[in-house]
Design a protein around this ligand. Structure first.
Ligand code: BMX
Ligand code: ZN
Length: 295
């Protein structure tokens, strides 16, 4: 069958036709995520993105930022979606496409695709996928099973606290790792420091060009992610960590994480692997997860 896969992130929305037998992308298209509190604006953007693909698809599989519980998107951090905090995701897409529609969290979907791409050649039982991008997201595979959680929450590692006196996160908690280490945070900290508006990508570029202040910002982000990895490894007996997202995949970032982990005792150091599917992991993960649920 052919799946219309959709990946809704904080920065971009991608859609693709995926051949479910081969996990191959037939056609792909992407737009910027509208930054609006109004559900109707997101619905309209989705309708025009998806319309050209509808006739060629048998079902729709969505990977989306936010907590996906019974087809409803609830933003844990509404700041990542321009203030939007509730969206009837499955109902809206079903209305637009008239196709059977399923949805899951973006990082959970990417975790699943990275996991099935790594096995069966590797003996991985307990894996955590971490995306460091607009936000920080995660997907857990425990005993070879993807954990989606009874309420869809499983894997929301971006909202574990690294500094109880830190800045207020959009989720309402103080000092979440997402507020201090995500791409958005890297941009915010750089903007404050350089007294000028910078994106996370621009701060990262400065670091690559040798600016020491910018490099320190990237290093504290990687150090925070390394602490998170150590905490979760000793909690869940993780054997492998897969790092993805625009920051996670940026030059040297994964290497910095590895350096910080190398300072810790062996039990805190799982294998660190760079995500193989890059920007397509969410699309391919949702497509294969729901193709498998259907059969
Ligand atoms: C946030 C949260 C997660 C998401 C993660 C990465 C919202 C809207 N999203 O922690 O559900 O997985 O960001 O999302 O609360 P991305 O947009 O950076 O890929
Ligand atoms: Zn938070």
């Amino acid at each position: 069958s052919v799946c219309l896969a959709v990946d809704i992130g904080g920065t971009k929305i991608a859609a693709a036709l995926v051949d479910c037998e081969t996990n191959h992308i037939i056609e792909r298209c992407q737009i910027a995520t509208p930054q609006s509190q109004q559900p109707a604006i997101l619905s309209a953007a989705l309708a025009s993105l998806l319309r050209p693909f509808i006739n060629q698809a048998n079902f729709v599989a969505i990977a989306s930022t936010g907590i996906i519980d019974n087809g409803i998107l609830t933003a844990l951090n509404p700041d990542n979606l321009g203030g939007l905090n509730k969206f009837e995701l499955v109902d809206e897409i079903q209305r637009i496409t008239q196709l059977p529609t399923y949805a899951m969290n973006d990082a959970q979907a990417a975790a699943w695709y990275e996991y099935i791409s790594l096995t069966p050649n590797n003996n991985i039982n307990n894996m955590l996928f971490i995306t460091v991008s607009t936000g920080i997201g995660g997907g857990l595979v425990l005993n070879q099973q993807l954990q989606t959680g009874a309420r869809g929450i499983s894997g929301h590692i971006g909202h574990t606290v690294v500094n109880a006196n830190g800045p207020m996160c959009g989720c309402g908690r103080q000092g979440c790792i997402e507020k201090v280490a995500s791409g958005t945070a890297i941009g915010e900290i750089g903007s404050l420091l350089f007294d000028c508006l910078y994106s996370g990508q621009e701060v990262y570029q400065l670091a690559l060009e040798g600016n020491n202040d910018a490099l320190n910002i990237i290093h504290s982000s990687a150090a925070a992610v390394a602490e998170l990895i150590a905490n979760l490894t000793i909690t869940l007996d993780l054997d492998s960590i897969v790092i993805g997202g625009s920051v996670g995949l940026a030059p040297n970032y994964c290497h910095y994480i590895q350096q910080y982990l190398n300072e810790k005792p062996a039990l805190y150091r799982p294998y660190i692997i760079l995500a193989q599917s890059g920007a397509d992991a969410g699309l391919l993960g949702a497509a294969s997860w729901f193709a498998q649920q259907q059969s």
